[in-house]
Design a protein around this ligand. Structure first.
Ligand SMILES: Nc1nc2c(ncn2[C@@H]2O[C@H](COP(=O)(O)OP(=O)(O)OP(=O)(O)O)[C@@H](O)[C@H]2O)c(=O)[nH]1
Length: 296
């Protein structure tokens, strides 16, 4: 063997002629560009190995194709080009190509009342595949919000009523006295429980849009109680009002999100899950909803 000739094991014939569904690399570090921001991401890149007699795929070719994602804004068209490069560099070996990108989107969110703002992260996964020449893109996005239990709120209100009856029994009602009572600890003898909650949105996209920020905004608007960033007392009071006006079981949250996602023309189908990390229980309350657009 010539000293300059490197052994190429991948080009050898496989001892067992067997096609494989997915072969590639997981957890490749990568900068990507979304919404004008350079974000740190990891990518899982792979192809099917349809030629069962080939020993292996060419990992370096997939790795190098990912360079296309460095500089250009992430779009559906760019994802498709990367997948096509995977296949072009594996001609005769692979029919299907796969790419998953995991990142944390950073969005600056204004306070509810005060002129402040702060940053919030949203875990996002983008999954693209070119299968039998059909291109598919899916998004997974986590949105965190607050949920106050409507049952607990009703029970608390009943206790407040009872306290009112006790404190004002046989007393002529006077506006000033009632107002003072409402502002005292006796006026709010019980409080409903609320919890930090999370919505996990998994959507299949149609068309050319990659509406990551739009979907997050739509989900937060539908819930009405997104967790906050910078908070002064005026913001906390507005948040208390938002929670009071948006009392939610996990079922309510799932239904609100279902209706909001259906309104997006970019979505072909979705599966959503909401998780209320209960403060009443040591376990979580969970609801799921699926939907597929009817093209009939
Ligand atoms: N197929 C395969 N390659 C692996 C694996 N683990 C590490 N590699 C290495 O990935 C490296 C890159 O493979 P190739 O893309 O075939 O490299 P190459 O032959 O120099 O590149 P080309 O000339 O484009 O084929 C090789 O050094 C492999 O040994 C594995 O499990 N499967």
């Amino acid at each position: 063997m010539n000293a300059l000739t490197l052994p190429d094991i991948a080009a050898q014939a496989s001892r067992q002629a067997l096609p494989l569904d997915w072969v590639g690399m997981r957890g490749i570090a990568l900068p990507i560009l979304i919404d004008g921001q350079h974000l740190t991401a990891t990518a899982d890149a792979g192809v099917s190995l349809d030629d069962g007699t080939a020993r292996g795929i060419h990992m370096s070719r997939l790795y190098l194709a990912l360079e296309m994602l460095d500089q250009q804004p992430l779009t559906s068209a760019l994802l498709r080009n990367v997948l096509q490069r995977f296949l072009d560099t594996h001609e005769g070996l692979s029919k299907n190509a796969y790419l998953r990108i995991h990142t944390q989107l950073l969005l600056k969110r204004p306070a509810l009342v005060s002129p402040l703002a702060g940053w919030k992260t949203y875990p996002v996964s983008i999954e693209a595949r070119l299968e039998n020449q059909m291109f598919h893109v899916e998004l997974k996005i986590d949105v965190t919000y607050s949920s106050t239990c409507p049952c607990s709120a009703a029970l608390a209100r009943q206790l407040i009523q009872q306290q009112f009856v006790d404190d004002f029994a046989n007393t002529p009602l006077q506006h000033e006295a009632v107002l003072a009572w409402l502002g005292s600890a006796d006026g709010i003898v019980a409080t409903p429980h609320s919890q930090r909650s999370s919505a996990q949105l998994h959507v299949q996209l149609q068309g050319t849009d990659l509406p990551i920020v739009g979907l997050i905004n739509a989900a937060e608007a539908a819930l009405g109680t997104a967790v906050q960033t910078a908070v002064k007392r005026a913001d906390e009071q507005a948040f208390a009002l938002a929670n009071g006006q948006n009392l939610m079981f996990c079922e309510d949250a799932a239904r609100r999100l279902n209706l909001a996602l259906k309104r997006s023309d970019a979505i072909k189908a979705f599966h959503l899950q909401v998780i209320h990390a209960e403060s009443l229980h040591a376990h979580d309350a969970v609801a799921e909803s699926r939907w597929t657009r009817d093209f009939a």
